[in-house]
Ligand binder design. Structure first.
Ligand code: PLP
Length: 324
């Protein structure tokens, strides 16, 4: 394994299943659709951050940290998985969340509280600034905080998705199938960057397309190139990446981050009703909505195989009482 020499704890249920979506494939008349179930990584309702946390928590433990600190949106899946990982290893956890507290804790925020995390609201302060303040104040109280980066996306966390792509390549070889396209929701860029590093090293021939949920393609590709290059360096691989190496679609940003439109609503309902598969409102709902639109526009031939990498987030559904 490319990441073998790097400290890692075992939290995720791996390998995650690879499943076909036969009814949806028939309904859309191809391409052949498959899903990689990283919504089933197993940590307090799962998701992609669990793979990154396997490497990040190992580093925190090596540094003798006693508290994990991270930040995100009020319904951050990353924050919830960080809170669960902290609980699992007997660490404290402080989450700095954007904005002001809602009247009622639902979805991921409810889980953050059940998992015992301390939640600090950033209010009108920029979230990164508030995170620094919180870490400093913990230190002043004799604690040893470990800052988990936004989205778990630094070279340590991104190793989780280098290993994930190796896992997929092994599954493809074992089952005798290959995918022409891999489609996923991208935000902080760590997932796609990790997949690309391993794809390059292992000679994956298909295309990896990130559907952006918040950033324009330009800045997202720039960020992914930097992350992928830094991750390769961290792994001792002599590779460098340019923004043009990353395929990103930014046509589905709709009303902005976390704003549900018809695209997301229809994708969530369609997947639920044709395959019994749940998508989340912020990331995978948008990305699958984009994939359906691309299929309808004829972006794929009916014979091609397309893998949707399900990155999780289902807990966010339960903070959306008016989704239906
Ligand atoms: C964080 C997240 C993503 C985006 O992953 P990045 O590595 O930040 O690009 C996608 N889907 C879900 C459900 C997430 O929580």
């Amino acid at each position: 394994m490319l990441t073998d020499r790097h400290p890692r704890v075992s939290i995720a249920h791996l390998p995650t299943p690879l499943e076909m979506l036969p009814r949806l494939t028939a309904l859309l008349r191809g391409p052949q659709l498959w899903v990689k179930r990283d919504d089933q990584t197993g940590l307090a309702t799962g998701g992609n951050k669990t793979r990154k946390l396997e490497f990040l928590v190992a580093e925190a433990l090596a540094q003798k940290a006693d508290t994990l600190v991270t930040c995100g949106a009020a319904q951050s899946n990353h924050a919830r998985q960080t809170a669960a990982a902290a609980a699992r290893f007997g660490l404290a956890c402080t989450l700095v969340l954007r904005g002001h507290p809602p009247a009622q804790a639902q979805g991921n925020l409810l889980l953050d509280q059940l998992l015992g995390a301390d939640v600090v609201w950033a209010g009108d302060t920029p979230i990164a600034e508030r995170l620094e303040e919180v870490a400093e104040s913990l230190k002043a109280h004799g604690r040893r905080p470990y800052i988990v980066p936004y989205g778990g996306s630094n070279p340590v966390g991104v190793c989780g998705y280098v290993a994930a792509m190796e896992e997929l390549m092994a599954q493809m070889a074992r089952e005798g199938i290959s995918f022409d396209h891999i489609i996923l929701a991208s935000s902080s860029g760590g997932t796609q960057a990790g997949l690309m590093v391993a794809a390059r090293v292992l000679g994956y021939r298909g295309r990896i397309l990130g559907i952006s949920v918040d950033l324009l393609a330009g800045p997202l590709r720039q960020r992914m190139a930097e992350l992928a290059t830094a991750t390769a360096d961290h792994l001792g691989l002599p590779l460098s990446f340019a923004p043009e190496d990353f395929a990103v679609e930014d046509n589905y940003l709709g009303g902005g981050y976390g704003v549900i439109g018809d695209l997301e609503r229809e994708a969530i309902r369609l997947l639920a009703r044709t395959e019994g598969l749940l998508l989340d409102p912020v990331y995978t709902g948008r990305a699958f909505g984009g994939l359906i639109d691309l299929i309808r526009r004829g972006a794929f031939s009916p014979q091609e195989r397309v893998l949707f990498w399900h990155t999780g987030g289902v807990a966010g559904l339960f903070a959306r009482p008016n989704l239906e």
